[in-house]
Design a protein around this ligand. Sequence first.
Ligand code: DAH
Length: 343
Amino acid sequence: MEQLLQQIESYRAEISAAKADTTTAVEEFRIKYLGTKGLVKNIMGEMRNVPNERKKEFGQVLNDFKLFVEEKYESLKAATAGSENNEGDGTDWSLPGDPITVGTRHPLNIVRNQIVSIFKRLGFAVAEGPEIEDDWHNFGAMNLPEDHPARDMQDTFYINQNPSWLLRTHTSSVQARVMETQKPPIRVICPGRVYRNETISARAHCFFHQVEGLYIDENVSFADLKQTLYFFVQEMFGNDVKVRFRPSYFPFTEPSAEMDISCLICKGDGCNICKHTGWVEILGSGMVHPNVLENFGIDSNKYTGFAFGMGVERITQLKYQVNDLRLYSQNDLRFLKQFTGVI
Ligand code: DAH
């Protein structure tokens, strides 16, 4: 009997040192110790030979041993659970993966979104129109009749198949589209791409982007125009930037004004960007010309409105100090990656 007890002790030592790294090894352990022909079953069979007066004592020892083996089996099983894939090719599935390169937002889109979100907070809705326009929406409706000299202000691409179609030269055409379908009060912001027949250089391109604004209601004044644009500039560039309005001329507004801001690059001291004046023009604006309102059946005695149009490239240039317009369309990753993470 003492011999059997000793044997059990040595099995305990052997089992506690047992290792199994794979599910196959764990299964082998189970068969060897806990299977129908396994060690535990075998030792249980020894009860037959134990004298009656020691059966109770031995029953206890054997039960403890069986529990001990079962616990060991459970712990080996838990340690290898889910690691089946580790078998075979030696791949370590816990290693970090290769980074996935995600795209970046284009700087013009970043700035366009910022402009739009500022005006949205003032209650402006977004409106869009087609890039291929007809003469009426781009010019006629905006108070530039066919023989109007101001048409030469913008060199236009016409469509060969139909010379009354053209690539819109400004987003003011969307004003026409909106007034055609909506009644005042109207409060819209219209971002979009525009085209002009220009020789491509660092300072000019044959396509660029504008954001147009239009506000028509009763009693809209030039003071509303100024306050709205002051607010925009402060939100966009901060409180330190200075603003000035200069009288100007646009056929679709009367009176008209261009707005300059103090140069952000040289802080007004004078540099290449501001042509050494300390000021940079960022938009054209004015009170909507009565002819434009009447073109869409809006009573110009009852309603007034203001409009403005700004260049997204110019604002992006000032925000990010981009000196060559061509960078925006060359898709050079060294340029685009500098805007990683900017939303
Ligand atoms: N359409 C003008 C341009 O392309 C910009 C502009 C000026 C738009 C005055 C306006 C405005 O709505 O009122 O240069």
